[in-house]
Design a protein around this ligand. Structure first.
Ligand code: ADP
Ligand code: TZD
Ligand code: MG
Length: 585
């Protein structure tokens, strides 16, 4: 093992491409070299002690360093990058408060099964462990551990290669998720021989190896599917992440089975696909007899696979579940045919097993779905055509729907309550991995982080459809968007508050807790940083502003004035609010 030659004071303010002593390297350079060796070319972060020089040197070494105004958004950008690329997104923060700010994003990424690595600088171990009160003292490793997939600390420069490799493999293998990497300040200035340093680095080979399903599991799943009278395929964001697009399409089209995409699986097949059952969602969930889950958990978003949503009173459904995490099976209801493996391999095995011919589902089933779809889509088209004044969610979203149809390559970021629920059902997606939203937690605050992450990673146009409350969580990052001149068009659905803007405090005095400043001009925030701000009060103005934003690719924020009475409490999940048992006078 290479020896640590000496410990130097922190590097000078001027970054150097190579360390001062020829033939040596140091902790700073080894971290950068380890990331680059593993094809990681972007860091999302926020500088400060002890990682300021790391950001400078990374930039000097040709990495993209995207600097944010708050670490949570840097973390969310990293998570979006991880989801879109199957490479862990990197978020870099300072110690204690910076680390904690990034931790929410790390926990959220883990919950969503997105691969990311939070790298935080930390204070001196000797002082932290004796609780002697260091600058930004905190036992970060211990705090991170229960909130992510894995957490590691590197104490010696010669272990940086191992630490980075373990972080990458942990984030990507099996069920993807967040990993924490703790780098104490002293590590960065440790010096070792350059050649020994180079040899200590690891290029991770096959970090997410294919995991083939057992043949008998495939046969069991096919048997069950074959016997179904009313089969249904449910696609989740795991299916989008897996990048097995062609195999998934082949499975759906070969079987002729109707499918439902979860929100981030929209576009895996175009939403206007004849087999999409989205417009008859309640009907198919209630009526289906065999359901094939592909990278979707039976959590709250699917009513845990039971109750009224699934018409449990009509008898139990049979479930086939494809997932890489074996323990996911039976988490909420019995899984009759578990198919454990990576989605690409599992779906390919099912398709291969159908080679002998496959009977399409009964026309009574597909016909009944088509009838309901026609009826519901007809009703929706009438509502979307209305042009009320002020705009409501439907009229504004009819514009977004048209713009997305005309720009199918664009990535849609979406958060809010009503703004989220209506957009998810109204705005069709046409390509895989083009929709990023509040995910498994239903968390507000992902907006600008996801938008920056998506724009930087793909270079494509981003359209962020934001509730006015949702936008507030990350609104300061419009400066980041302007600074890097990113092609992001933000539309703030401004209904003066959380869910709606009409609540009153019956006692007078302070305004109600859900209500914001009336008639706020979010567009002026964008103008403050040199971006384009537009105030839109009609569908025509909204359409013009969005079309111009996309044509120019310029950072744009459109303040879309929405009827403050139009929303409902908690959007579509009103029922999750605890019942009020008593009215206290
Ligand atoms: P949704 O919210 O869209 O329903 P979930 O996040 O609940 O989706 O489910 C995603 C599931 O996909 C997780 O259980 C995860 O283990 C699984 N998953 C992620 N990537 C893969 C993969 N490559 N192969 C198999 N399963 C995967
Ligand atoms: N804090 C966090 C981090 N996540 C949350 N989900 C919430 C608070 C609670 N919450 C929701 O679930 S939606 C929402 C909040 C505050 C905002 C809804 O208001 P909006 O959307 O303006 O974004 P609409 O269109 O007015 O409904
Ligand atoms: Mg609102």
């Amino acid at each position: 093992m290479a020896s640590v030659l000496e410990t130097r004071p922190a590097a000078t303010a001027i970054p150097e491409a190579v360390p001062a002593v020829p033939g040596t390297t140091d902790g700073f350079h080894l971290v950068i070299d380890a990331l680059k060796l593993n094809d990681i070319d972007t860091i999302f972060g926020l500088p400060g002690i002890p990682i300021t020089d790391l950001t400078r040197m990374a930039q000097a070494q040709g990495m993209r360093v995207i600097s944010f105004r708050h670490e949570q958004h840097a973390g969310n950008a990293a998570a979006a990058a991880g989801f879109l690329t199957q490479k862990p997104g990197i978020c870099l923060t300072v110690s204690a408060p910076g680390f904690l700010n990034g931790l929410t994003a790390l926990a959220n990424a883990t919950t969503n099964c997105f691969p990311m690595i939070l790298i935080s600088g930390s204070s001196e171990r000797e002082i932290v462990d004796l609780q002697q009160g260091d600058y930004e003292e905190m036992d970060q490793l211990a705090i991170a551990k229960p909130l992510c997939k894995a957490a590691f600390r590197v104490l010696h420069a010669q272990d940086i290669g191992i630490g980075v490799a373990r972080a990458i493999r942990s984030a990507l293998s099996g069920r993807p998720g967040g990993v924490y990497l703790d780098l104490p300040a002293k590590l960065f200035s440790q010096v070792m021989e350059a050649e020994a340093g180079r040899k200590s680095l690891i290029k991770v080979v096959d970090p997410a190896p294919r995991q083939l399903p057992a043949p008998e599991s495939v046969a069991r799943a096919l048997d069950l599917l074959k016997g179904a009278k009313k089969p249904l395929i449910l696609l989740g964001k795991g299916a989008a992440y897996a990048q097995a697009d062609a195999d998934i399409r082949a499975l759906v089209e070969k079987t002729g089975i109707p499918y439902l995409p979860m929100s981030m699986a929209k576009g895996l097949l175009p939403d206007n696909h004849v087999q999409s059952a989205s417009a008859a969602r309640s009907y198919v969930l209630q009526e289906a007899d065999v359901v094939l889950l592909v990278g979707a958990r039976l959590n709250w978003l699917l009513s845990h696979g039971k109750g009224k949503t699934w018409a449990q009173d009509k008898g139990p459904k049979k479930f086939i579940q494809i997932d890489i995490a074996p323990a996911e099976m039976d988490s909420n209801v019995a899984i009759d045919a578990p198919l454990v493996g990576d989605i690409g391999s599992c779906v390919a095995a099912l398709v291969a097993g159908m080679a002998g011919g496959w009977a399409k589902p009964p026309v009574e089933w597909t016909g009944a779905i088509a009838d309901r779809k026609d009826k519901n889509l007809g009703k929706m088209a009438e509502t979307l055509a209305l042009r009320p004044s002020p705009m409501n969610f439907h009229s504004a979203l009819s514009v977004v729907r048209d713009i997305v149809r005309d720009n199918q390559d664009a990535i849609l970021v979406n958060e809010g309550a009503n703004t989220l629920d209506f957009a998810r059902s109204i705005v069709d997606m046409y390509q895989p991995r083009k929709r990023l939203d509040v995910g498994t937690w239903g968390i507000m605050g992902i907006g600008m982080g996801f938008a920056v992450g998506a724009a930087v990673t793909t270079g494509k146009q981003v359209i962020a459809i934001e509730g006015d409350s949702a936008f507030g969580f990350s609104g300061m990052e419009v400066e980041t968007i302007c600074r890097y001149d990113l092609p992001v068009c933000i539309v703030v659905f401004n209904n003066n508050g959380i869910y709606k803007g009409t609540d009153v405090n019956s006692r007078g005095g302070d305004v109600a807790p859900t209500v914001f400043t009336k008639n706020a001009r979010y567009d002026l925030m964008m103008q403050a940083f040199g971006g384009i701000g537009v105030h839109a009060t009609t569908a025509e103005e909204l359409h013009k502003a969005m079309a111009e934003a996309i044509a120019s690719g310029k950072p744009t924020l459109i303040n879309a004035v929405i009827d403050e009475t139009a929303g409902t409490e908690s959007g579509r999940i009103t029922s999750l609010n605890p019942a009020k048992a008593a009215i206290k006078k």
